[in-house]
Design a protein around this ligand. Structure first.
Ligand SMILES: Cc1cc2nc3c(=O)[nH]c(=O)nc-3n(C[C@H](O)[C@H](O)[C@H](O)COP(=O)(O)OP(=O)(O)OC[C@H]3O[C@@H](n4cnc5c(N)ncnc54)[C@H](O)[C@@H]3O)c2cc1C
Ligand code: FES
Length: 263
């Protein structure tokens, strides 16, 4: 019987290099996983780090990892056929049912796209299940763009604004923060919208402010709350705010509840 407390050795099936600092590792995994859930990824002697699921396929789960410290540096020393430990999945994840039949807008900043990528992909592959789907994704610069192949596919099926904060002269795509594109969004029925906002806390704060200016009810907004986590299992208390354990009750929250948890 699978015990989600116990780290399992998992083999790297493929590595996709997006930028110098961000790679996706396709890892062997059997079991049910939802977009927005996360795993604890570990290497003995280096430690553990919570990492969101950025893709789910038969027999594999994807982790898009930014190289920032002890554990993630060591993970980047591995390649196809190598192994590291994973335990999970943890957290609630996104419920696809919440967004069906809606005018859905997903707004993501940088690696914030990873946890919500499965939702975007679902509605790009099932366009008849939402009234419309729009993705606004922001990156620092053109060289920081992740998931280029996925963007090419999404652009054929849903409305996509892929923007960069700053670009060199001659760059032809959208430039500016994700918030710049929110006031121009058009809806048939603002009550029947659903917004998902994922990224750094400061980006969530300003993005939600713009969304609310459109007259969107708070209950139509979902956020994913990445907070300092340790065990991922509701035991250590690192992620606790008031009586809420982000690792168990989240990391995905409807804004009505989630707004109280933003730092
Ligand atoms: C729910 C959840 C999901 C996440 N999903 C992802 C994901 O999909 N992909 C991803 O890449 N990350 C994700 N993260 C973030 C990731 O877990 C952290 O970046 C984690 O700390 C990386 O572990 P590490 O050991 O490599 O880094 P650490 O060594 O813990 O370093 C973390 C940060 O601290 C800084 N730091 C380290 N040592 C020092 C020092 N001595 N002085 C000053 N600063 C220092 C580093 O520069 C870095 O910015 C997620 C986090 C959460 C909570
Ligand atoms: S991370 Fe340990 S209780 Fe949530």
């Amino acid at each position: 019987m699978k015990n989600e407390y116990i780290p399992q050795l998992s083999t790297i099936r493929e590595v996709i290099r997006h930028t110098d600092l961000e790679y996706t590792f396709l890892m062997e995994f059997e079991g049910d996983v939802k977009p927005g859930q996360f795993f604890e990824v570990s290497i003995p002697k280096y430690g553990e780090a919570p990492i969101s699921v950025s893709g789910i396929s038969e027999g594999t789960v994807d982790f898009t990892i930014r190289r920032v410290g002890k554990v993630t540096n060591e993970i980047f020393e591995n390649y196809v056929g190598d192994q590291f430990f994973i335990r999970g999945p943890y957290g609630n994840g996104f419920e696809i049912e919440n967004y069906k039949g809606k005018e859905l807008v997903v707004i993501a900043g940088g690696t914030g796209l990873s946890p919500v990528k499965g939702v975007v992909d679902y509605f790009a592959r099932h366009t008849d299940e939402a009234v419309s789907t729009t993705l606004i994704a922001g990156f620092k610069s053109p060289k920081d763009v992740l998931f280029r192949e996925d963007f090419a596919f999404w652009k054929e099926h849903i409305s996509v604004i892929q923007t960069v904060d700053a670009a060199p002269e001659g760059y032809e795509g959208p430039v500016g923060m994700v918030t710049k594109y929110i006031p121009d969004l058009k809806f048939n029925d603002i009550q029947n919208t659903a917004f998902i906002c994922v990224g750094p806390p400061i980006m969530i704060k300003f993005t939600v402010m713009e969304i609310l200016k459109l007259g969107v009810p708070e209950k139509n907004i979902w956020i994913s709350h990445e907070r300092k986590m340790c065990c991922g299992l509701g035991k250590c208390g690192h992620c606790k705010i008031g009586s809420t354990y982000i690792c168990l009750d989240g990391p995905v929250f409807n804004y009505v509840d989630g707004k109280e948890l933003l730092d």
